[in-house]
Ligand binder design. Structure first.
Ligand code: PRP
Ligand code: URA
Length: 209
């Protein structure tokens, strides 16, 4: 699969197994999602540019590296994407956070937009678009379309679990968007849920079912 980076470190796989289990409650689900986000963040941020700075250790002066100050924006797709914000913000505290509100219509499964607030300089930022689930890809493509319309040029998407159908749908429209994912599952069921998946991520995070 082109532009798909599977981040399947053993710690991620272990934690994802616990998240998938039907009897894992909201508290554990939330904590595990934050932990996995941070572990995925290691891979997602691997190519951030560095610059040399001169510092002084207790022993002597040296040239050492810091992040070059590349501007980032973390953009969760509401609601479930909120569960991946804390993990990224703790890794990259200088990042700005935008929000895109979309829900899937229960009948048509098409995304419905209800909110969009992005950093005003989104066009100058590398965007990390986050959502635990990539099912049909409808929400992801709608979010990318919105981001592009607001001027975002460089977008990478970070999902926990994806269906092959969702990856194909995103790349059919936006082949340049890299997708980082912890697991690619088998397929979608008749209700467009990922199987085996982990159920409805928003409901499990927020305890709404
Ligand atoms: C879920 C999920 C994604 C979307 C994926 O959100 O968090 O945003 O479905 O499905 P798709 O790829 O077929 O569009 P949902 O619409 O359930 O809203 P919620 O996060 O508010 O629960
Ligand atoms: N949204 C979810 O939360 N889970 C799925 O399996 C599909 C869409």
């Amino acid at each position: 699969m082109k532009n798909v980076i599977i981040t399947d470190h053993p710690l991620i796989q272990h934690k994802l197994t616990i998240m998938r289990k039907v009897d894992t409650g909201s508290k554990d689900f939330r904590e595990l999602l934050t932990e996995i986000t941070m572990l995925m963040g290691y891979e997602v941020t691997k190519d951030l540019p560095l610059v040399d700075v001169e510092i002084e250790t207790p022993i002597q002066k040296m040239n050492s590296k810091i992040l070059s100050g590349k501007k980032l924006a973390i953009v969760p797709i509401l609601r479930a994407g909120i569960g991946m914000v804390d993990g990224f913000v703790s890794l990259i505290p200088a990042a700005k956070v935008g929000h895109i509100g979309l829900y899937r219509d229960p009948e048509t499964h098409e995304p419905v937009e209800y909110y969009c607030k992005l950093p005003q300089d989104i066009g100058e930022r590398e965007v990390l678009l986050v959502d635990p689930m990539l099912a049909t890809g409808g929400s992801a493509t709608a979010a990318i379309e919105l981001l592009r319309a607001k001027g975002a040029k460089n977008i990478r998407m970070i999902n926990l679990v994806a269906a092959p159908e969702g990856i194909e749908a995103v790349h059919a429209k936006y082949p340049d968007v890299d997708i980082y994912v912890a697991a690619v599952d088998e397929k979608l069921n008749d209700h467009k849920y990922i199987i085996p998946g982990l159920g409805d991520a928003g409901d499990r995070l927020f305890g709404t079912k």
